[in-house]
Write a protein that binds this ligand. Structure first.
Ligand code: NDP
Ligand code: BG6
Length: 513
């Protein structure tokens, strides 16, 4: 045990002022970055992290000098890691341009060290290997904690004592879940801060790296047609919808102690809501944006039990195929009350949003996969075209839909005259379909976020006060659901979810889009 903090804080002056290195008075010393994926044998590392690193390398976004180390308990040689990683790399970017060669070159920069997560000695061995690769350069180190949360602090402690950079910067990307409620999240933050400064901690919410989520602020703040409408004066309600057409297959053990509210709503959907509803930030600087997000989160009312409904999927036969119930998973107790679906109404008590329902809906094992934001506008006053639309005014209101995935699209539902001699109206879409407008493939969220962490850009990462504010909204409700043992409404696998979601929306005169 040597140092008491995880290395010296160093802004990314190496790339901002001088892309190749640091000027130490006499001449320039080049810098290098060592990226250690802790939990390299796991699902997320294989599925997302290594492929994202390769995509960044392929596109020329990684610095000239870098190495990638996998770290986990499983025994593996460097070659075995490369074989494992190579199976998940794809040449999705441009198959024509010698992608295979690039893959070879990337894999040569990948290494592996096997060790325990709570062993300073094992991290010191890793440090030795890292130093060998970093020799003669200013070493910057990025650790990606792709491991279960119960070992986050052990790893940070060991990395801090034994494997932090002595002269460069050290940063740590932390994966969710960040606790289960306000208390456990605060405790995690407290423990991480024993070894790290806040600006060394990069709490990832991969939804913030999704193209259309990043685009939200651009859409709103750079188009005059939107920002003036962005308030209770014109917006009736806003919906944030997440659905998956598969269950918790393979992750039931994790899922059962978290549930859909913690897994999706408290983080992914709430983050989108905060970006959607925040006031205009002073600048695009990370702290200015995060200040506004915290402000809007703190203006929200904690969720009320009456404004939430929960569901759990049950087994279902469809087209001769049997779909399992959530509780059929052997890692899930038969009497589990964990929600795999939830819908909620949230309110922001500030001048801009007073009285506007913000509805969230998230579910697994539903009829389709998708994530979208729906903004339903108010009725046109007077409604000159009442005769055409009849009394159902809702049918005639504008709706802006931002489809985050799949098939990224932004469209605005408008009323339009059907061409011809009569005066008949229909609903049409002003449509921005990404695949048609932007033929280039959209990068994966993990690419954006890894690049930002490498560059020291914190805009898309969650600050600890944001996290506190997010938990403050959900913790009392989660506690009440658990204490009162509220039974979720069962819905068939592959359906649209429990009917209770419609009653909840109807309570606020809302129809789900
Ligand atoms: P895994 O369960 O695959 O775990 C990653 C690695 O950690 C394993 O390969 C294993 O490596 C080690 N490990 C697993 N369980 C334990 C344990 N009980 N004690 C010590 N070590 C253990 O996790 P994922 O890769 O799925 O996820 C990593 C992190 O990312 C988690 O925090 C998860 O919540 C989060 N996450 C995952 C997503 C996903 O799609 N998978 C999505 C979003 C977040 P070894 O045995 O070799 O040491
Ligand atoms: C993760 C959740 O954060 O996001 C998973 O833990 C969920 O349960 C996943 O499946 C969805 O991510 P994406 O990017 O596939 O929509």
């Amino acid at each position: 045990a040597g140092k008491s903090t995880i290395g010296e804080l160093r802004p990314l002056s190496t790339s901002e002022e001088n892309p190749e290195g640091v000027n130490f008075g006499k001449g320039v010393m080049e810098s290098t970055i060592s990226i250690t994926v802790v939990g390299a044998s796991g699902d997320l590392a294989k599925k997302k992290i290594f492929p994202a690193l390769f995509a960044l390398y392929y596109e020329g976004f990684l610095p000239k000098h870098f190495t990638v180390f996998g770290y986990a308990r499983s025994k593996m040689t460097d070659e075995e890691l490369r074989t494992m990683v190579s199976k998940t790399l794809t040449c999705r970017i441009d198959q024509r341009e010698n992608c295979g060669d690039k893959m070879e070159q990337f894999l040569k920069r990948c290494f592996y060290h096997s060790g325990q997560y709570n062993s300073e000695e094992n991290f010191a061995e890793l440090d030795k290997k890292l130093r060998e690769k970093e020799v003669g350069k200013v070493p910057n180190r990025l650790f990606y904690l792709s491991i279960p949360p119960n070992i986050f602090v052990d790893v940070v402690r060991c990395a801090s004592y034994s494997a932090s950079s002595s002269t460069g910067w050290t940063r740590v990307i932390v994966e969710k879940p960040f606790g289960r409620d306000s208390e456990s999240s605060a405790e995690l933050t407290r423990c991480l801060k024993l070894y790290l400064n806040e600006d060394q901690i990069f709490r990832i919410d991969h939804y913030l790296g999704k193209e259309l989520v990043e685009n939200l602020s651009v859409l709103r703040f750079s188009n005059l047609v939107f920002e003036p409408l962005w308030s209770r004066n014109y917006i009736r309600n806003v919906q944030f919808i997440f659905s998956e057409d598969f269950g918790t297959e393979g992750r039931g053990g994790y899922f059962d102690s978290y549930g859909i509210i913690r897994d999706i709503m408290q983080n992914h959907l709430l983050q989108i809501l905060a970006l959607f509803a925040m006031e205009t930030p002073v600048s695009l600087d990370a702290e200015d944006i995060r200040n506004e997000k915290v402000k809007v989160l703190r203006s929200m009312r904690p969720l009320q039990l009456d404004d939430v409904i929960t569901g759990q999927y049950k087994g279902h036969m469809k087209g001769g195929k049997a779909y399992p119930a959530y509780t059929d998973d052997p890692t899930v107790p038969n009497d589990s009350l964990t929600a795999t679906f939830a819908a909620a109404a949230l309110f922001i008590d500030n001048a801009r949003w007073d009285g506007v329902p913000f509805l969230m809906k998230a579910g697994k094992a539903l009829h389709k996969r998708g994530a979208e934001i729906r903004v339903q506008f108010r009725h046109v006053p007077g409604n000159l075209y009442k005769r055409t639309f009849g009394t159902d005014l809702d049918k005639a209101t504008n709706e802006l839909v931002i489809r985050v995935q799949p098939d990224e699209t932004i469209y605005l539902k408008i009323n339009n005259k059907i061409p011809g001699l009569g005066m008949r109206l229909d609903r049409s879409n002003l449509d921005l379909h990404y695949a048609a407008r932007y033929p280039r493939e959209i990068p994966d969220a993990y690419e954006r976020l890894l690049l930002d962490a490498i560059e020291g850009e914190r805009r898309l990462f969650i600050r600890s006060d944001e996290l506190d504010a997010a938990w403050a909204l959900f913790s009392p409700l989660l506690k009440e659901l658990e204490e009162k043992k509220i039974a979720p409404e069962l819905y068939p696998y592959g359906s649209r979810g429990p009917v209770g979601a419609h009653y909840l929306a109807a309570k606020y005169n809302v129809r789900w889009g």
